[in-house]
Design a protein around this ligand. Sequence first.
Ligand code: ASP
Length: 328
Amino acid sequence: MPRNSKRVTSFVVLILLLASIHVYPQNQKFGIVIHGGAGTILKKDMSPEKEKEYTEKLTEALEAGYKILESGGSSLDAVEQAIRIMEDSPLFNAGKGAVFTNAGTNELDASIMDGKTLAAGAVAGIKHVKNPITLARKVMENSPHVMMTGEGAETFAKKQNLEIVDQSYFFTKERWESLQKAKQEEKLKEKHGTVGAVAIDIYGNISAGTSTGGMTNKKWGRVGDSPIIGAGTYANNNTCGVSATGHGEYFIRLGAAKDVSALMEYKGMSLASAAEEVIFKKLTELGGTGGVVALDKDLNVAMIFNTEGMFRGYYLSGCEPVVKIYKE
Ligand code: ASP
């Protein structure tokens, strides 16, 4: 090779090396915040064993998300993975532990949003997909749509080679008994346990996701806030990511998740003030119950709820994981 072209080659290699260093800003902060549902969660009603089970599962989900972020993975991967772990656990009202509808079936909802591009995917009324959060992500990435429902969504799930399960997979004794009780009282029951996650990766990209079985004794194809972008889930790199849990009808009417972001964007509010305004003021005044977890671009965390408790936790770069259950 002539000397000149050797020099050009070394120069190109050097530029590529520098460019790759730029692509991986390893010192950037990252973190994840999750919830496992809000509601009447009281220490006096919880056995030490159950409390331990919840704490361990929430920690496992946080650690899985953190590991992905620490190794340079995307916030979308972290959110999806953390939620899948909670979906696979019977402890939460999502995936395996989903509540029952009035008809005795399980109908699952989920959504995910990418704060970098504002791309989003959602599914509602799913009966046979083991991990609805992964189906929501497939809708976002492999289809021209944002939301799919029922049988159509399940046909798409099969085409995407997702794991399909029989309805019996979702049976848990506790949730079945809750349905019998709710039927006796003829009430639509809020059963805590919806799961959600928000993460920011080392590239500064924020993602949020939520997954649920909805509300015990729901009828007529009722869909809550969890699969509705702007109500139960929202993410925007310029503001924050939000995942909600609680009485979905109220979160839909408020456009709650987007409202937290909008208060930051239009009013210049901090993440904590914006989340408090939506939960303590707007939701409470409307008569709704529930909470949100949220994370902003500066790694501030908010975990705000107006119920007795919310399964929740966060794990930020350079810190230890934190898990909480009750109101403080
Ligand atoms: N928000 C969910 C729904 O209304 C339920 C929950 O978070 O507990 O479907």
